[in-house]
Design a binder for this molecule. Structure first.
Ligand code: NAD
Ligand code: DAU
Length: 341
């Protein structure tokens, strides 16, 4: 396969490229990335000199650059996005531009280039919020109900991808995945923020009462799922991807991290809640299990600890990030007093 991976310098995109070069060494990969604050080529150091890997510094909103990059590509795997809910609340325009307009540019160009597959990487957040006392889970049939500028922009992109399939016959697949964790996640998201703050001896900000629930999935399980959908998925179909059955609220996750790093609960700081904070996400992944044989292989207890170890052993990677633009964002998001309630 000749793949064009958009957003391949981000968290999941770079894990996907590393996974792909390892498991499909005969394929060629072009990584097309704008290198926003979230894109980091250091993630790809171990494969950057391979003859079948190329990096293109480009914006998916730039039609000419996208058309040029697509020459000889048969498969597009589309990760590029503005991905952080809190940033979308502070300033939504980049989310509309990249997630909606950028996806549209990519769809048009992919259709004209005649790609054999357009795979769109999406999120469970498009389905809205579940009640914490309810045992319901999201499925492929759950109606869309996005509630943040980020999730609304991702929902729009999903609709556009489906429209290009139904109207123009673009051979597409979509995956809607739950919260990922693992190496190379930008330290503004809960798990890497909690780990790195704890190592630095800083408090960990927990929004609201801390009882919001996320469905955590180790990033390599997400990469394996996308691989299976590319190899065996049915054109025009959507597959939901999620973690193991247990529900963990944010407080439980933060307590696990603190305890592993030998810190007590005085390091938890309850801060002002996120506006419109979705209460619970949970994915029913029966479809991809029954049709393609996928299931998550990494349990949270073991792989959260391995992730913490990774951040302990790769401090240069995140300290470099935290000393830059991230500081400006951190002050705006949490305020001088940490945004305490
Ligand atoms: P990320 O923010 O870590 O990485 C995004 C990447 O996209 C960065 O490398 C950035 O430079 C690049 N990018 C942004 N705008 C671009 C543009 N206009 N043109 C080209 N490149 C651009 O994001 P992530 O967490 O790796 O998420 C990747 C994808 O997976 C996103 O589409 C996200 O919606 C989806 N997703 C994420 C999660 C999660 O838990 N992180 C879960 C489900 C789905
Ligand atoms: O569900 C998939 C989504 O998961 C992806 O589509 C998004 O790209 C990804 O960013 C992630 O979104 P969340 O908003 O769930 O992730 P985040 O790490 O920002 O927050 C996880 C939970 O932790 C959420 O309930 C908010 C809470 N939180 C987050 C931060 C940053 C805190 O309590 N304190 C914090 O400082």
């Amino acid at each position: 396969m000749n793949l064009l991976v958009t957003g391949g310098a981000g968290f999941i995109g770079s894990n996907f490229i590393l996974y792909w070069m390892r498991t499909h060494p005969e394929d060629s990969v072009i990584n097309f990335d704008k290198l926003t604050y979230a894109g980091n080529l250091e993630n790809l150091k171990e494969i950057e000199n391979l003859p079948n890997y190329v990096f293109i510094h480009g914006d998916i909103c730039d039609t000419n650059a996208v058309i040029k990059a697509l020459a000889d590509v048969d498969t597009v795997v589309h990760f590029a996005a503005e991905s952080h809910v809190d940033r979308s609340i502070l300033e939504s325009s980049p989310f509309i531009q990249t997630n909606i307009v950028g996806t549209h540019v990519l769809l048009e160009a992919s259709l004209k280039a005649g790609v054999k597959r357009f795979h769109h990487v999406s999120t469970d957040e498009v389905f809205g919020s579940l009640d914490i006392h309810d045992s319901k889970k999201f499925t492929e049939a759950t109606p869309y109900d996005p509630r943040s500028p980020y999730s609304a922009s991702k929902a729009s992109s999903d609709h556009l991808v489906r429209a290009y399939y139904h109207t123009y016959g673009l051979p597409m697949t979509i995956t809607n995945c739950s919260n990922n964790y693992g190496p190379y996640q930008f330290p503004e998201k809960l798990i890497p923020l909690a780990i790195t703050n704890s190592i630095e001896g800083k408090k960990v900000p927990v929004y609201g009462d801390g009882f919001n629930i996320r469905d955590w999935l180790y990033v390599e399980d997400h990469c394996r799922a996308i691989d299976l959908v590319l190899q065996k998925g049915k054109i025009g179909e959507t597959y939901c991807i999620g973690g193991t059955d247990q529900d963990f609220n944010n407080l439980t996750i933060v307590k696990k991290i603190l305890s592993f790093l030998g810190k007590d609960e005085s390091f938890i700081e309850f801060v002002k809640d996120r506006p419109g904070h979705d209460r619970r996400y949970a994915i029913n992944w029966d479809k991809i299990h029954k049709e393609l044989g996928w299931k998550p292989l990494h349990d949270v207890d073991t792989w959260l600890m391995k992730t913490i170890e990774w951040y302990k052993n790769n401090q240069q990677w995140w300290r470099h990030i935290k000393s830059g633009e991230y500081q400006t964002y951190y002050k705006e998001q949490y305020g001088r007093n940490g945004g305490k309630t």
